[in-house]
Design a protein around this ligand. Sequence first.
Ligand code: KE4
Length: 427
Amino acid sequence: MNKKRTSHFSKACKVIPGGVNSPVRAWKSVGGQPVFVSHANGSKIYDVSGKEYIDYVLSWGPMILGHAHSKVSKAICNKAMKGTSFGAPTEAETQMAELISEAIPSMELIRLTSSGTEATMTAIRLARGYTGRSLIAKFDGCYHGHNDSLLIKAGSGVATFGIPGSPGIPAGLAGLTLSLPYNDVDALQKAIETHGSRFAAIIVEPVAGNMGVVPPQKGFLNKLRKLTAKYGIILIFDEVITGFRFTFGGYQNLIGIKPDLTCLGKIIGGGMPVGAVGGAKKIMERLAPMGDIYQAGTLSGNPLAMSAGLCTLNILKTKKISFSFSDKKTNQLCTEMECLFAAKGIAVCINRVQSMFTVFFQPGPVYDLKSAQKSDTAMFARFFHGMLKNGIWLAPSQFEAGFLSFAHTQKDIDKTIDACSKTLKNL
Ligand code: KE4
């Protein structure tokens, strides 16, 4: 183990719980000590010993243009010279809201926050306040940030409501959330017909990324939209990952489904802290100070986050036609990895949606949390460490998504395939 690495981690553990500021960074599910990063550029990330890796985590999605994009970094620096936060309205926030609303028309009014968690927390409070109802539903394996109402363990079946997914969450609150199997239209139908008009909202990742990549099956989201509309239930699309990942807009643009509220994050901040909740005017105008449902944030719409985000979105806007560019690379990467695994007789199921993918260590198919959990996580961990050794930085968990950026080159793909071939030799 690299000495520098261990000293960084042991030092961190003395003053930060688990040595990290977000649990997944601690590598608990793959073992070993986490690598400390010194810097990154384009598709590459460098650890404190100077080792270079091709990065497929991209800070969990935001870095779609690649790290330290010259225009984005310059935008942040220029803005920083003029002050970093004012706690007063700025034009950039209006420009951001206009750009998002232009790209995602269902977001008629938008409130900016500093994280995806705040965005989904606000969406849930807004839905409850607007409908006057308390129950909400989510889907097993979908993650929406660490809000008390959404960090719950599914009860068994569609009748039993959730239990706290973490100590510190009152059972009474968890008991207001029902968690259903993703892609299970029958369970959804049954739950809504049983509780229908008691639900304030149903929140969904339109493409799930937090159990590994699990695309929506045909008809699932349409059914969800139909049933929620029928019972006056607020449909919330959590597009924190998918927003501006597949197109200049949301996944909703590609499938033609209009949710009532949408949550964004990650890409719209260009690597700076950001979140956004937006939707139908009649709902959003209930937010203070226009309405009576309270929500706030010292750094919401922060000038640096706006400059990084606006720069990123404006560049993506010009790339509109070539989003498929990174999709082609993802397809090539996944197809060639599939061939390598098959040649070794190792069963994998690679789920992908355009530029996001997950290699599940199992024959598949993987279409919900239960099926995802059949994966051989020990084998994944060995693959993770093997690829790391061969200069490839994958997400340190079987149940996360891998991402490509516009900075990933053909050479990166070729090197990754080569690294995969080397890794499989010793798997
Ligand atoms: P943040 O509060 O971390 O900005 O966003 C929460 C969130 C909301 N919705 C979705 C669909 C998300 O994926 C996330 C956060 N994603 C995780 C990784 N899958 C962030 C990584 C981490 O927790 O460190």
